[in-house]
Design a protein around this ligand. Structure first.
Ligand SMILES: [Ca+2]
Length: 481
């Protein structure tokens, strides 16, 4: 074993810690588990083919929750490792809450053109799942759905395999969870929801290791209720779940740790199968941290800002890993918003954009390959939780933010947006006024472009069916977020 350790350590000196794990796994495969050789060989054959893509999105985990970003309230060793091996983005912005983000990331379109209301992905939309599936990718989604449409919806939106919480009902998401898996509602007494979803993904990756695959993992964690994980001392497998409780943010610490562990579980599975160099793994978050949570970045305290259009509501982690292609340990300060994910996945997969859809974002695939790319000058946001004709709308760069209602904030100095500068623009430098003019001009191109979609019959029918079927099983009637 000493020889193995030495050899693995030798690899790690120039390739990073996870590669050491991979190397050790490979050596174990070679020396101990001869039957696993086929797994490694299958993975290595894929190097020149289209990369596998794994997109992981935590639920309610802001930028400040990751140690690699400077967070000091939580332990995130696996995310830190991903950042050390890959690329960490410092300026990625989601939408302020779940559904606006989920619709935007999946369709690549700003909310003003296709967002209907909370908890719904309109049936006539095209997702990256649809396009990559058509391009020959095997596709899987596991984790949280919350987009209606019934048991057929994940297939309709381009996913071959699914294991989802909150597709047709809303039971406990953590202890003794209920999920919908490939057309069936299944309950798991004594189990933990995130374990079920991540196991499903690991199985999918193994089953599809010889073909290009897409995994979309909108995580169940670390959204409230704040309650023990299987790694907490207080874990009780017989618990019925803590409902909507946000009373114990101390468990949020354990939940962030478990989120990190689940990311590591997926990374380890990719490595174990010899797929690391042909698999790009992206980790992000769907919106800021819950408002009941206060986290620290050194001396700086950050109150969670979920639901707000401030930095605390929309600034999220984005970390990418692609050993062998992406230079290790890099930091990218480019602005990214969630319309950019769809065109990025298209470019990575070499897939064509369908003519019928017009995407709003721009690909950051070049940055993932260590190239300069074509970074944005600004990000845009249109946000209205419940839809309707009017939304909060703004453009911002790394320093300045201009709202459609006229408010102006120097966000790099005033992240909480306490001081509206719209009436004191004369005191700004000419350079800053020039930047504001550009942001205003960009914003003007979006103002008035709201589209109110009509509900689609097919979706309504699917929803009706699913509602009838599940009326009795619904255990949670409170407003979801
Ligand atoms: Ca969320």
């Amino acid at each position: 074993m000493a020889g193995l350790t030495l050899q693995a350590a030798g690899f790690s000196s120039h390739r990073g810690r996870s590669t050491a794990t991979f190397s050790l796994a490979m050596l174990l495969a070679l020396f101990v588990l001869g039957s696993d050789l086929s797994l490694v060989a299958a993975g290595e054959q894929q190097k020149s083919a289209r990369p596998n893509i794994v997109l992981i999105m935590a639920d309610d985990m802001g930028y400040e929750c990751v140690e690699a970003n400077g967070g000091t309230s939580y332990e995130t060793p696996r995310l830190n490792e991903m950042a050390a091996e890959g690329l960490r983005f410092t300026h990625c912005f989601s939408q302020p809450i779940c559904t606006p983000t989920r619709v935007q990331i999946m369709t690549g379109i700003y909310n003003q053109r296709n967002y209907v209301r909370f908890g719904l992905l309109e049936w006539n939309q095209t997702t990256f799942g649809n396009v990559l599936q058509k391009a020959g990718y095997k596709t899987c989604i596991a984790g949280k759905w919350q987009l209606e449409g019934g048991l057929d919806a994940p297939h309709h939106f381009g996913f071959d395999k699914y294991a989802l919480w909150q597709l047709t009902r809303r039971p406990s998401r953590y202890p003794s969870p209920g999920l919908e898996i490939m057309g069936k509602e299944k309950d798991f007494p004594g189990k933990y929801g995130p374990d079920i979803a991540s196991d499903f993904i690991c199985d999918f990756i193994e089953e599809n290791k010889d073909e290009p695959f897409l995994v979309y993992y909108p995580m169940i964690l670390p959204h409230w209720p704040f309650e023990p994980t299987p790694d907490s001392e207080e874990w009780d497998p017989k618990s019925k779940g803590a409902g909507n409780s946000q009373k114990n943010p101390r468990f949020f610490v354990d939940m962030v740790a478990y989120t990190d562990k689940m990311v590591g579980k997926i990374v380890d599975q990719v490595d174990r199968l010899g797929l690391s160099e042909n698999t790009i793994i992206l980790f992000t978050g769907d919106n800021g941290t819950a408002t009941s949570v206060v986290s620290k970045m050194g001396d700086r305290e950050i109150q969670g800002g979920k639901g707000k259009t401030t930095e605390a509501g929309m600034h999220v982690p984005l970390i990418a890993r692609w050993p062998g292609t992406m230079p290790a340990g890099q930091v990218c300060n480019d602005l990214i918003d969630f319309t950019d994910v769809f065109p990025t996945l298209l470019e990575l997969a070499g897939a064509e954009k369908p003519k019928k859809i017009e995407l709003d974002g721009r690909s950051f695939a070049p940055q993932l390959r260590g190239e300069e790319g074509n970074p944005r000058d600004y990000i845009h946001c249109w946000y209205a939780r419940n839809g309707g004709p009017e939304g909060v709308q703004f453009t911002q760069d790394k320093d300045w933010k201009v709202y459609a209602n006229g408010s102006v904030y120097h966000v790099s100095a005033d992240p909480l947006e306490k001081q509206d500068l719209q009436n004191s623009l004369d005191s700004l430098t000419q350079e800053d006024r020039g930047r504001l003019d550009k942001l205003q001009a960009a914003l003007d191109t979006y103002v008035g472009t709201r589209v109110l979609l009509q509900a689609q019959g097919q979706k309504q029918n699917a929803q009706k069916k699913s509602n009838n079927k599940n009326k009795k099983q619904s255990q949670n009637k409170k407003t979801p977020q």
